[in-house]
Design a protein around this ligand. Structure first.
Ligand code: PMV
Length: 329
């Protein structure tokens, strides 16, 4: 067992297809080069502790974590990485005793898959410290187990993106199909409003119950857009991809998951010369993405900085979860 280890996992963004993916249509998803980093250190057996810049610290006896896992009831966001460490230790047959220090570039509830990335990095760092190199399918399974504590029915998108990285078309019953997409530049802008995915999924379900034909037509159109966008991403056709992103945003508005804050950010990105922009993730708050190239990236970034809580200039197709060299930190 080594003294300490570090792992990192990427955040993700849904390029096209959110909500429709819940009803079996394809979504286009990519990992971005914003990474959650986790340092794992030994503690006496039976104690798990997490330290996080934004949330402070939390210490729990492994016995209590076992009860949380059984009841699937978390009282605090910091219990989530604790559960990830606990499940990993149990999985590899070790008695848990760890401190994890978590550094995330974006808050939870922003639609960028922060919770899954935290889980993946905690799982990878913990396993490495005990001398285990878990395979990606093992990590993806453990992330999915953890995700059930946060989302009622996680689709598997976030777990796939943070574990494997890259860009893929995801269908609920078929899983991911990785595509050879060109790396894209995106400006990601956060409204500052956190969302709860389950609430928005429920909102769409209620709308569908009232007006099934209308909602199903929108879902089918979103599915077409996601396939078309995947082809544009492979060809590196930014104009076409930008059009698809914007068309997808308008359809998500019709589903009632956009907001005046999201619409304002999308409008700002378009006016500043973005190829296309849309809300990403469940909506209601969270983030937008704006497709840019080297020529317009700083203009779009500067415009969005004036009206957003946070902004990031990112590149897609990032690597999945992996070990980091501790001497370079
Ligand atoms: O906001 P996020 O990253 O939780 O994305 C939710 C995407 C949905 O399609 C709305 C739900 C899902 O499980 O796929």
């Amino acid at each position: 067992m080594s003294a300490s280890s570090i792992a990192s996992a990427p955040l993700k963004t849904i390029l096209c297809g959110e909500h429709a993916v819940v009803y079996g249509y394809p979504a286009l998803v990519t990992a971005i080069d914003l990474r959650v980093r986790v340092l794992s250190e030994p503690l006496p057996v039976g104690i798990i502790e997490v330290l996080s810049e934004g949330f402070g610290s939390w210490r729990e006896y492994a016995l209590n974590v076992a009860k949380l896992v059984e009841k699937r009831r978390l009282k605090h966001p910091l219990q989530y990485p604790i559960v990830a460490v606990y499940l990993t230790s149990r999985y590899i047959g070790e008695e848990p005793g760890s401190r994890v220090v978590v550094k995330s570039p974006a808050p939870d509830g922003s639609g960028l898959g922060t919770s899954a990335a935290v889980a993946a990095a905690c799982i990878c760092a913990t396993a490495i410290r005990y001398g285990f190199n878990l395979t990606p399918p093992m990590i993806a399974n453990l992330v999915q187990l953890c995700e059930r504590f946060v989302h009622e029915t996680p689709s598997g998108i976030d777990g796939t993106a943070v574990t494997y990285g890259g860009t893929f078309v995801y269908k609920r019953d078929e899983g991911p199909e990785f595509i050879d997409a060109k790396p894209l530049r995106l400006v990601v802008a956060f409204t500052g409003i956190k969302h709860r995915t389950a609430d928005l999924v429920r909102r769409v379900r209620r709308l569908r119950a009232k007006n099934r034909e209308y909602v199903d037509t929108i879902m089918a159109a979103i599915g077409e857009i996601a396939q078309e966008a995947a082809r544009a991403a492979v060809q590196g056709d930014l104009s076409l991809l930008g059009e698809q992103l914007h068309a997808n945003h308008l359809l998500l508005r019709q589903l009632g998951v956009s907001s005046k804050e999201l619409d304002r950010l999308v409008e700002t990105a378009l006016n500043a010369g973005s190829y296309g922009a849309k809300l990403t993730g469940a909506g209601g708050g969270g983030c937008i993405i704006a497709l840019v190239d080297e020529d317009v990236q700083y203009r779009v970034l500067a415009s969005l900085q004036n009206v957003s809580a946070s902004t990031w200039l990112v590149v897609t197709n990032a690597q999945g979860v992996h070990r980091e060299d501790i001497s370079e930190q």
